[in-house]
Unconditional design. Sequence first.
Length: 410
Amino acid sequence: MVSNKKQKSMANINTKKGVIAILTGGGDVPGLNPAIRAVTIRANREGFQVIGLRRGWAGITEVIRDSKADNSNNYQMLTDDIVNRAGRTGGTFLHTSRTRPSHMAKKDVPDHLKDTYNADMNDLTPEVIKNLEWLGVDYLIPIGGDDTLSYGVHLYRQGVKVIAIPKTMDNDVPGTDYCIGFSTCVSRTIQMINTLRTSAGSHERLMVLEVFGRYAGFTAMLPTMAGAANRCVIPEYEFEIERLAELLIDDRNHNPSKYSIVLVSEGAMFKGGEMIFAGSERDAYGHAKLGGIGDLVSEKLKELSPTYNNGKTINVINQKLGYMVRGGDPDALDSIVPMAYGNLALDLILKGMHGRIVVLKNGRYDNVPIDVVTSSKKVVKVSEHYNTDRLRPYYHSFEMKPFLLMASDN
């Protein structure tokens, strides 16, 4: 930690080997609760005490350093009984947020800190560090995507002992081939496509499904590779809507059931265009909410359809899969990988190591320096994986490829 000075008595925490704090930040995904369970069960057995920090980085930011204060909304002690109840379920029982303590707007500063932090934008990192010290935290384990973990990198550089666990449906955290939540997202996407294709076939339509993926198109690529869709458009390549219309209508006309399907990443862009946003409001990490590219693609496909269909209009089924792919229980991979990641984090702690992120690389578990989160970007390598003429993945050179084909090293 930042200081050797311990003030555990203030928080009424009794420890053996030390204290491990764990939090979940950013979007919810299936697999978070299994990861929390894995960390807690192993840590308790090894003689540590585990604190669950609530609501991502918000809980530790809002702690009141007074033993008489009610901090139940900010952290809780984790036991085997608590995590066993939640460990097989989706979401995160610790709750989550997109709080960024280093960039906190005046209106979001906790009430008891408003006199000290009253600028339009404030860095509450000094309070976070003091709160961790007050709780007696020896190691901090954040579970999140590149936004959540980027603040973990910031704390590590300030002297906090951080071990990160990668989580995001988009599978775009650098340094790892796999992020918690990705497998369930792909499984749900395929399942829902197969549910919806009966309607598309019954009405002989084109079907446009918008999926998550702000900067990386993995959640569109893998289901398409698995045969769930005919085409996909991804953030890494600006596409021509006319070419997409031509391909989809040809797919439809060669399908005995007379329909075709395209997956559209939420961050996909028309050639020469920009990302489509649902509004102007931005989160603490500067991201505006995406949404609407699927609507525009659907509208344009219907408009262009007579050009490639002998003058006849083809109607379009337009569906945004959204939160349906991140809800519910984890699948097999998102039950097994979080268990392994949690135990990997404890392995590092037992070795006295920190400043690492646990990863899967080329089918094997490992760990790499946490700085990789902020020093690189993980996106689909278009030249290797995406056929820009056919607007779909390449289907060749699978020998010796990673398990999920598109690895972290691009």
